[in-house]
Design a protein around this ligand. Sequence first.
Ligand SMILES: Cc1cc2nc3c(=O)[nH]c(=O)nc-3n(C[C@H](O)[C@H](O)[C@H](O)COP(=O)(O)OP(=O)(O)OC[C@H]3O[C@@H](n4cnc5c(N)ncnc54)[C@H](O)[C@@H]3O)c2cc1C
Length: 390
Amino acid sequence: MATNPAEILGLPKPAWAADEVGMLYDMASRFMAEEIAPRYDEFEKNEMFDRESWLKAGAAGLLCASMPEKYGGAGGSFAHESAIIEAIGHVGVDGFGIGLHNSIVAPYILHYGSEEQKQKWLPKLATGELIGAIAMTEPGAGSDLQGVKTRAEKDGNHYKISGSKTFITNGQLANLIIVVTKTDPDKGAKGTSLIVVETDEVEGFERGRNLDKIGLKSNDTSELFFNDVRVPTSNLLGHEEGKGFVQLMQQLPQERLQIGTGAIAMIERALAITIDYVKERKAFGKAVIDFQNTQFKLAELKTEATIGRVFYNDCVARHIDGGLDPVTASMAKYWLSDLQGKVVDECLQLHGGYGYMNEYPIARMYRDARVQRIYGGTNEIMKLLIGRSL
Ligand SMILES: Cc1cc2nc3c(=O)[nH]c(=O)nc-3n(C[C@H](O)[C@H](O)[C@H](O)COP(=O)(O)OP(=O)(O)OC[C@H]3O[C@@H](n4cnc5c(N)ncnc54)[C@H](O)[C@@H]3O)c2cc1C
């Protein structure tokens, strides 16, 4: 590609992306281009990655970059996670589910796990030996998480977990799953607890279908069934039961910001490949970029992408300082994913019929972008949260 997506907007690097974060971005981009991109069609066809890619990512230092070194991580911050997710988006291997593993699953263990839990799980998450997932959504409870029915009943020094989950990212490959359960169903949100299930070590756990999605084909998204799965009570995250809802609320800003990372990276890639395309493609004796409509469209999109990038960079800077509030994180998730949908749609249009052909990357981006407005809390729920703060 003539244009580098990371440089398409021509903005100066923010302070948080200086030096070693930039080096990590370059390394991650090389890894994605050399190790993942050549096999990406195979993963799309199989509707999942293979374990080998996870282990390779671990060996390359791309898992748990923001976890402390003493637990096998690289001691970085969200800036490092952002660099890795941006590399995934800029290279165009968006289905590689390491973002969720790195900046959603591992942080729950770091923030709420006991010392023993951290020592047991984080180093294996950092090598890729353990692949992480978080199971909140159920067939009857998505946006309204208080409606979770999965029950964890205490039985001596074990919990007996029963219930079913759906739409779980990494659901076919994951062997460490944080399950949102009810330890006391009568207490609503206050009866919610997060319990870790190591799937290799339990009976009664079943993976359902690898769900047939319209996009993000290479990422496994599954139903999961818990049929009286017994796990030690020491797998509870946090010192006491009933803290699950608060823990979820505390971690959701990073999850939402991370959806913004994927959005801005895809926006930049879509613009880069479209600018290349319209310079090459000819109609009525001239390049498509020479039409004023093309220039105006791309001028608008580049302006909005620039606004998006500046906003995103500011959110990351605030998050690293510990000051990203949940409302601003909701704005980032909703606005950047909406913009992603718009930019990718307009860029596809500028490709004409070729944009509708799966062999052109913009077609896959069109399919992959759609879910960004749905998961991590729908954009309607984001507006609800913003609205409540007014
Ligand atoms: C590819 C994919 C991956 C996913 N990965 C995970 C995962 O790893 N872990 C996990 O736990 N979940 C995951 N999810 C689930 C996802 O988070 C939910 O689908 C999402 O939160 C919406 O829940 P729902 O599908 O039940 O929709 P519903 O809650 O049924 O919503 C239906 C519609 O109603 C709207 N709506 C609902 N409540 C309100 C309201 N109060 N005001 C206005 N509008 C409202 C919604 O915005 C939506 O438009 C994933 C989903 C997908 C598609």
